[in-house]
Design a binder for this molecule. Structure first.
Ligand code: GAL
Length: 670
């Protein structure tokens, strides 16, 4: 964590967009708002290196000094996410190429091929210059590498990438025989006889080989990761002792294998940070979107993490950009903090006057300080200072929801039985069903040590390795409880169908046998004999060795089992052969959770989200976030750190308000 007392508060600060006269006023206003950490220079490459090798750091020196004089620490960016036009113009081979073979232009941002040695070298050179110049600057608190890797340039299909892809494939599959076997190239006459023939999955007349597409997604994630690791290592070498981070997008980016990234972003002098923006028109409610992003960030970090960016109000990149009503700025920030963030930072400090993001909200809006946003920003600064003692406390979870990027990618391939089976959406839907039930969950990869969870959910685990199968089987054998969703365990990590009975990975564990898939039409629903409804997916299922909890009452396979449970010598294992609607899914998961001893943090107060952070000595903090239009009374006691009020009876949480109850070790449940 940045060496800051208490929680971090601030945002991206882009002084290069403003005349120097504005800078002292920025510092003054940051102090007024209680800002203690700003991210400087994220898109400042052109400002820092206006010509090849001609570094101009004098202005950044003055910024760093000015912030230091104001008592504000700096998360200093390496500025490598967006090379200047002089660079891209001189090195057009560093520009990304899409699957259709079009080379994209500069004039936006992230116009980079991640495999380009020319780009990597230039990025490293700038990073090293910055590290050498600022490593001893007293304002420096964190190094911020790049910005949102793969946000706009996840996959590049150029010749440089093709060569790097072939190297990567040789490391993964050894020889061509291994590659041909893994990709199943006997199908459609795709057998390769020379490495030179192997390409990225560029545009083809019809669907490309799914094994090739899957490997290309893995490769692309690894290429971006290699860029991060190179900059990170240079910073560790030249600036030891200063934490290094890069900002992930856990809820919105499925192009990176975040578990692999998490491993590289945690440990001594490393910090896992995340950006999160609400989607105004999304099936999940805004607080459920936050809960997922934050829970995944915490799970990747294995503990504390930092919210590097979110928005004070509207963004500007959705078709309709919804502003936050009064109170939501504070509640959203606290929702991230409740789930383990050691602070709250924004994009950005001062709203830009020009450029693509001038209509994006900021801490200091175009309207100035006489504004709703500014008043709430100042209030949040006070709130976060009042929460200083929660620093270092942890958010715990007894349930894990499995997320495997390789599996998500395999299922993204063309020619699936139903286009409506979108794995990442389904994982989020199950997570939000738990959120609605008031249960905090971690995310975990299927090969993680799951022993500490009472309950593990696998909403969508289409592709699974033998190791993961053994891990999940072992978890159940040791007494764990597992719920598996439909279309899971069918293929291996090369996307090749596992041997019968289906689902090859889990038929025995679940005591079931899938005979045939019966996907539903777009708006079709089916009824189950327990009264619930489902959509998207049904299958002809037999349950030779499991109890049938519900059968289809209508639809394509009436009478077939829809939900089963196998009581093993270890723990129980459930299978859902269909996509239950939100309400019955929520009921079922809450029932399963209760049955294995997992209960909501705060039973029976609908509309109030309750999350607990706990110190190792047992002192804990109960965050109560009221999402409703009316005040709520909550059966909890303690000292509200935000107001100083001590609640001895029910605690009152104002409409759209927040309370953080400090509770001594004895008061909160163990
Ligand atoms: C993030 C990005 C910021 C800014 C923000 C706008 O994805 O890191 O630079 O563009 O989105 O919402």
């Amino acid at each position: 964590m940045p060496k800051i007392q208490g929680l971090s508060y601030g945002g991206d600060y882009n002084p290069e967009q403003w005349p120097e006269e504005v800078w002292p006023r920025d510092v003054e206003l940051m102090r007024e708002a209680g800002v203690n950490l700003v991210t400087v220079g994220v898109f400042a490459w052109a400002w820092l290196e206006p010509e090849p090798g001609g570094y101009a750091f004098d202005r950044l020196d003055r910024i760093m000094d000015g912030l230091h004089d104001g008592g504000i620490r700096v998360c200093l960016a390496t500025a490598t996410a967006s090379p200047p036009p002089w660079f891209s113009y001189a090195h057009p081979e560093t520009l990304p190429v899409d699957a259709d073979g079009r080379r994209l232009s500069y004039g936006s941002r992230q116009a980079i091929c991640a495999s380009s040695p020319v780009y990597r070298q230039a990025a490293l050179a700038l990073t090293e210059q910055l590290a050498q110049r600022y490593r001893d600057h007293p304002a420096l608190a964190v190094w911020h590498v790049h910005n949102e890797y793969a946000c706009h340039n996840a996959h590049c299909y150029c010749d440089v990438s093709a060569a790097a892809f072939r190297d990567w494939l040789q490391r993964r599959h050894g020889d061509l025989a291994g590659l041909n076997a893994a990709w199943g190239t006997a199908f459609w006459s795709q057998t390769y006889t020379d490495w030179a023939q192997v390409q990225p999955p560029r545009a083809t007349p019809t669907s490309s080989n799914p094994g090739q597409v899957l490997d290309f997604k893995r490769f692309s994630s690894d290429e971006h990761l290699a860029c991060f690791v190179a900059e990170r290592d240079a910073l560790h070498r030249l600036s030891p002792g200063v934490p290094v981070t890069t900002n992930l997008m856990t809820a919105s980016c499925v192009n990176l294998d975040h578990w692999a990234w998490g491993r590289e972003m945690t440990g001594p002098d490393r910090l896992l940070s995340n950006d999160h923006y609400l989607l105004g028109e999304h099936p999940l409610e805004p607080p459920a979107q936050i809960a997922f992003a934050a829970d995944l960030s915490r799970s990747l970090a294995g503990g504390p993490w930092l919210l590097m960016e979110h928005s004070t109000s509207a963004v500007n990149w959705q078709p309709r950009n919804l502003a936050k009503p009064p109170g939501q700025l504070r509640r959203d920030a606290l929702a991230h903090v409740a789930r383990g963030s050691e602070g709250a930072l924004y994009f950005q400090w001062r709203a830009s006057r020009a450029g693509s993001e001038k209509w994006h909200s900021a801490m200091l809006p175009h309207a100035g300080t006489d504004s709703k946003i500014w008043r709430e920003v100042v209030q949040l600064g006070t709130d976060l200072r009042a929460l200083a003692e929660i620093e270092g406390s942890r958010t715990g979870a007894e349930v894990a929801v499995l997320l495997d990027y390789g599996s998500v990618w395999a299922q993204e391939a063309a020619n699936q039985p139903s286009a409506d089976m979108v794995a990442f959406d389904e994982i989020r839907r199950w997570h939000s069903a738990l959120w609605r039930a008031g249960i905090t969950a971690d995310l975990a990869p299927p090969d993680a040590d799951l022993g500490r969870y009472r309950l593990v959910l696998a909403p969508a685990l289409y592709a699974v390795t033998d190791d993961a199968v053994a891990n999940l089987t072992g978890y159940v054998a040791a007494g764990g409880s597992l719920v598996i969703g439909p279309y899971s365990g069918l293929v291996d990590e090369c996307d090749q169908v596992r041997p019968a009975p289906l689902p090859g990975a889990f038929a025995e564990l679940l005591g079931i046998r899938v005979e045939e898939f019966f996907p539903l039409r777009a708006a079709e629903t089916v009824r189950l004999d327990d009264g619930s409804t489902a959509a998207v997916w049904t299958e002809l299922l037999a349950a030779p060795d499991a109890e049938v909890l519900a059968r289809y009452a209508d639809g394509p396979v009436p009478g077939a089992p829809a939900i089963t449970r196998r009581g093993t010598a270890g723990g129980p294992a459930w299978y859902l052969g269909t996509r239950l609607a939100d309400a019955p899914l929520g009921r079922l998961l809450a029932e399963v959770a209760a049955g294995v001893g997992v209960h909501p943090e705060l039973p029976g107060t609908p509309g109030v989200e309750a999350i607990r952070r706990r110190h190792a000595d047992g002192r804990s903090y109960l965050f109560l976030l009221n999402h409703g239009d009316r005040p709520a009374e909550v059966d909890a006691t303690g000292l509200d750190l935000l107001t100083g009020e001590r609640w001895t009876g029910p605690t009152r949480v104002a409409a759209h308000g927040a309370v953080v109850l400090a509770q001594p070790a004895a008061e909160g449940p163990a």
